[in-house]
Each structure stands twice: as structure tokens, then as C-alpha cells.
Design a protein around this ligand. Structure first.
Ligand code: ADP
Ligand code: MG
Length: 495
């Protein structure tokens, strides 16, 4: 493995206070991402999630004697696409090795993985930090292809354990970061961004609940300015929130041990989300424990640069490029653009609303009104009751001064619950904004006549005009154009 290089400069804001001074936390992540493919890495069995136990198991996956692995080209293409999305070096020649260990859910007695020669080498991910602001670059050490193991089921019977091999042999990409993160926020933002990239590429669905994306989290601490400390690895964390909690806990634990004069043993730990703590699982195994050797059943994996170029030419627009384009073409802030591009279908929805309209206004409506409402109801844009065409029509009605911003919110609510064509709804419900000065003047006169004391007050204190605006709006059922009301009121009150 390459020597670890510290690419970050010390950020005092990210230090953790211990009893005896400040500490810096160092994090490196190994992400297992399940490859989106129909079949498994070395067999034709279905890679679909779920199903009856052992319904998707070929003789290869069950490791029957004499069965030979055959590489699934689509999984190779997916790994290359991912490497390209991570701006990484693609290795035209890589090697599959056997990683030997013994566990009931691993019928071969070894996992086919890549050790010294992975399919993808060094790359990088640019990560925005939503809470502390700013941006970091996280280095990618490597990406390799490997098989997933099966699953032991211990909760089916009081005295027996069962084995489900549906997952056995499914293709995984192990994406190893450099130890470039310095806080739990940075680690959470990195996984979030990586997940977005994978989903854009269509190479992993990123579904953490189903285990399609899981993280091994390496954590160490050190005094500012010192070399890297001994790390612990927290295995198989399958939620971004839990990962953040595990890092916070683990950093504190290590600081406590060191401040008490102890030392950190390199070990593998588990995060117990119900207790909010990590606990030791086993001492860290070394590479030599696995007795790696090249799999004699598989030739080295070789392809041409033309093949890579062909895949590169069909990649979709990636999140960073889309964000830059949104900022440039629609005049959005980096923050708004970042929110919109987080999911491809959100970005598409936004573009359908913004197309031919004011981009900033479209962004406000999509982010504040639509996303706000979707969140509240646990929906997403794919199940949104208000389509992009309907929201676009609402934005048009405001731009054309047909309805006020306030009435537009009522209109949004009506379309959300009842559907329909916004323009027609405005027509049939008489929601059109009143700009006709005659009608507004009538309402103003009525309010003034009924409140002579307030008139005197407003003349003494012009900010009182707000009270009159409110009354007139009420009088007109919220339909008066607020600017016209304001202008007429000032004239009539002489302020
Ligand atoms: P191994 O093969 O033993 O798992 P690697 O060198 O491949 O070890 O590193 C695994 C992960 O641990 C990488 O993501 C790397 O960034 C991270 N890592 C290495 N050293 C440290 C450290 N001192 N503190 C935190 N993370 C580290
Ligand atoms: Mg490792």
C-alpha cells in the first residue's frame, strides 16, 4: 500500500477539546457499494435484493465442486464508469485474488477480491460542507471489485442458524478513501456526495437501508501537528447519521484512553446505535492473515483505452458539472444549486420549472414551497402531487401579475390537494389579483371611514400604514395588489 500523505492543513475550528488540550480526529472510509447489475459478479444468478432465502443461488454461488467463475462484463463496465466519475486512474490491467477466511456465509472459503492490482487507482471527490461552510477534496486511494458474502440468519429458530446465499457473489465496489476527513461532518458530507455521484452514474442505487451502501469507518486522533495515530475501524455502518454518531463517540473514547496514559490498540469495532457507543469486535487482522493469492480460475482483467473512452463518452452530466451549470445559467447561489442537484430527479424537475422562466424564482418555489411540502408528507419529487408543469404555471401567474405571491401559496395548496390547471383554478375561483384602482380605492375609503382614530395615528407615525394595508387586504379577500394598495393609501392619508 502507498505511504499515507497528509493533504490537509490544520483547521483549529475542527479540533476537539480534551481534558489536557486539543485533539484532531482523522477519518478514512472504506465504502462497499453494491454494483447495479442484473446478474452477480461471476455467475448468472439474479443480483436482485430480497426474494425467498436461497432463491437467487447458482451452483457457482454455492461453491459446488468444479464450478468456475465467469466475469460479468457489465460489472466491469460499472466499475470503470464509477472510476471515471471519481476522476480516477483506470487500470487497463487488474488482477483478481482470493482472500481466504472461514465463515458460514462464505461457502467458497475465500472471497474473490482485488488486492495489489485494483481496477481503479487514485481519484478525488469534491465535497461541500453544509454546516461549517466551505469545501474539501477527499482523495480516493483505490476502487476494487469483489464478491459479497451470504447472510447468516440467527433469529429464525431458538437452536439453529440458517444461511441465505442470495447475496453471495453479488458484485461490490470497495471504494477506499485517503484519511482526508477531519470531522464527522466532513465524513457525512463525503458519503452523501459519493452516494449522489454513484446514483447519477447509475452504478449503485445507494440504498443504505437495503445495505447497498455501507461504510467501514477508520478513526484515529492525534495532537495537532503530530503524525497519524493508531486507528480503529468501525465495521459495516449503514446509515449516514449513525456513522456521524459513531465517529463522535469513537474520537472521544480514544481521547479518553490517551489522556489516561493508555494506548490505542488497532482493532475492529462495532457501533451499537441503541447504546450510542462502539465496542471491540476483534483485533485487526493483517493482510497476511488472509493469505491472498491470485485466483487461478481467473485471468487478469484486461481491456483497452478505447473501451474506457467509449464508456466515458456515454456518462451522464455529473453533479459538479450540473451544479456549475445551474449557477451560471440560472443565476443560482452555490447553496441552492447544491440542494437542487443532490438528486437527479430533483434537478430535472427544477429545470422543467425554470425553463423559460426566472431561474431564481423557480428555485425558491421548488426548494421552499415544494421540497418543504414534500418533506412534511414524506414524499419526493417522483410522487409529488404538483407536477413541474403545474408549478411552472403558478410561477407564470405571479410573473404576469395575475396573482400575488401570497395568493400563489394558496393556489399551490389547492393544486396540491385537488389538482387541476392553475390558470383555470384562478379563473373559476376568482383569485385574480385586483389591480383595478377603483375597486381598491373603494375598500380604502371604507377602512378610513370606519377608523378615524387610526388615521390620526398614522399621520403622526407613518409606519402605522402597515395596519391599513392589512385591513384593505382583508377587505379585498387578499386579492388586492399590495403595491397599488400601498401607493393609494399613502396618497389618501397624506403620508
Ligand atoms: P487496510 O488494508 O488494513 O484496511 P488501508 O491502508 O487500506 O488499510 O486503509 C484503510 C482505510 O483506513 C483507508 O480508508 C485509510 O484512509 C484509512 N486510514 C489509514 N490510516 C488511518 C489513520 N491513521 N486514521 C484514520 N484512518 C486511517
Ligand atoms: Mg481495508
Amino acid at each position: 500500500m502507498n505511504a499515507i500523505v497528509d493533504t490537509r492543513t490544520l483547521d483549529p475550528k475542527k479540533l476537539i477539546k480534551g481534558a489536557t488540550g486539543d485533539w484532531e480526529v482523522i477519518i478514512g472510509l472504506e465504502i462497499h457499494a453494491q454494483v447495479t447489475s442484473h446478474a452477480k459478479l461471476f455467475s448468472g444468478a439474479s443480483a436482485e435484493y430480497g426474494g425467498e432465502p436461497n432463491a437467487h443461488v447458482s451452483l457457482v454461488d454455492a461453491a459446488m465442486p468444479g464450478m468456475l467463475p465467469v466475469i460479468n462484463e457489465e460489472c466491469v463496465a460499472q466499475a470503470i464508469r464509477t472510476g471515471l466519475g471519481l476522476k480516477a486512474e483506470i487500470n487497463l490491467r487488474s488482477v483478481f485474488d482470493r482472500k481466504n477466511y472461514f465463515y458460514p456465509d462464505l461457502p467458497q472459503g475465500y472471497q474473490i477480491s482485488q488486492y495489489k492490482s485494483p481496477i481503479v487507482g487514485e481519484g478525488e471527490v469534491i465535497v461541500d460542507l453544509p454546516e461549517s461552510g466551505g469545501q474539501i477534496t477527499v482523495g480516493i486511494e483505490r476502487l476494487h471489485l469483489e464478491q459479497d458474502a451470504g447472510k447468516s440468519l440467527h433469529d429464525q429458530s431458538p437452536s439453529l442458524s440458517f444461511v441465505d446465499l442470495n447475496r453471495s457473489g453479488v458484485a461490490l465496489m470497495e471504494i477506499v478513501s485517503k484519511p482526508d476527513m477531519r470531522s464527522s461532518e466532513e465524513a457525512r458530507a463525503y458519503v452523501t456526495k459519493l452516494r449522489t455521484i454513484l446514483r447519477y452514474l447509475g452504478t449503485c442505487d445507494g440504498n443504505m437501508d437495503e445495505g447497498s451502501l455501507r461504510a467501514d469507518v477508520n478513526v484515529s486522533v492525534r495532537r495537532p501537528g503530530e503524525g497519524f495515530g493508531t486507528r480503529c475501524e468501525i465495521k459495516n455502518v449503514n446509515s449516514i447519521r449513525f456513522m456521524g454518531q459513531a465517529i463522535e463517540y469513537e474520537a472521544r473514547r480514544q481521547i479518553g484512553v490517551l489522556e489516561d496514559g493508555g494506548k490505542i490498540d488497532q482493532e475492529t469495532r462495532l457501533y451499537d446505535a441503541s447504546k450510542g457507543e462502539t465496542r471491540s469486535m476483534r483485533s485487526k487482522e493483517e493482510a497476511h492473515d488472509y493469505r491472498y493469492f491470485p485466483d487461478p480460475d481467473l485471468l487478469p482483467l484486461e481491456f483497452t483505452q478505447d473501451y474506457v473512452n467509449e464508456l466515458a463518452s456515454h456518462l451522464p452530466e455529473l453533479p459538479d458539472d450540473k451544479k456549475a451549470r445551474f449557477i451560471k445559467d440560472y443565476g443560482l447561489t452555490a447553496y441552492d444549486a447544491g440542494v437542487l442537484i443532490a438528486e437527479q430527479d430533483q434537478a430535472n424537475y427544477y429545470e422543467a420549472v425554470a425553463n423559460g422562466r426566472d431561474g431564481k424564482m423557480a428555485a425558491n418555489w421548488v426548494i421552499n414551497e415544494l421540497f418543504g411540502r414534500l418533506n412534511k408528507e414524506g414524499k419526493d419529487v417522483s410522487t409529488s402531487p404538483v407536477s413541474a408543469a403545474q408549478l411552472g404555471a403558478i410561477v407564470d401567474l405571479i410573473t404576469e401579475n395575475v396573482i400575488s405571491g401570497k395568493l400563489a401559496k394558496d393556489l399551490f395548496e389547492i393544486i396540491w390537494t385537488e389538482g387541476g390547471d392553475p390558470r383555470q383554478v384562478v379563473e373559476t375561483r376568482g383569485m385574480k389579483q385586483v389591480t383595478d384602482t377603483g375597486a381598491i380605492e373603494k375598500a380604502i375609503d371604507a377602512v378610513i371611514a370606519a377608523n378615524p382614530d387610526k388615521v390620526a395615528q398614522a399621520q403622526a407615525k407613518p409606519t402605522m400604514i402597515g395596519w391599513f394595508v392589512g385591513m384593505v387586504m382583508k377587505e379585498t379577500g387578499g386579492k388586492a395588489n399590495p403595491q397599488v394598495v400601498n401607493d393609494l393609501l399613502k396618497a389618501k392619508l397624506g403620508i
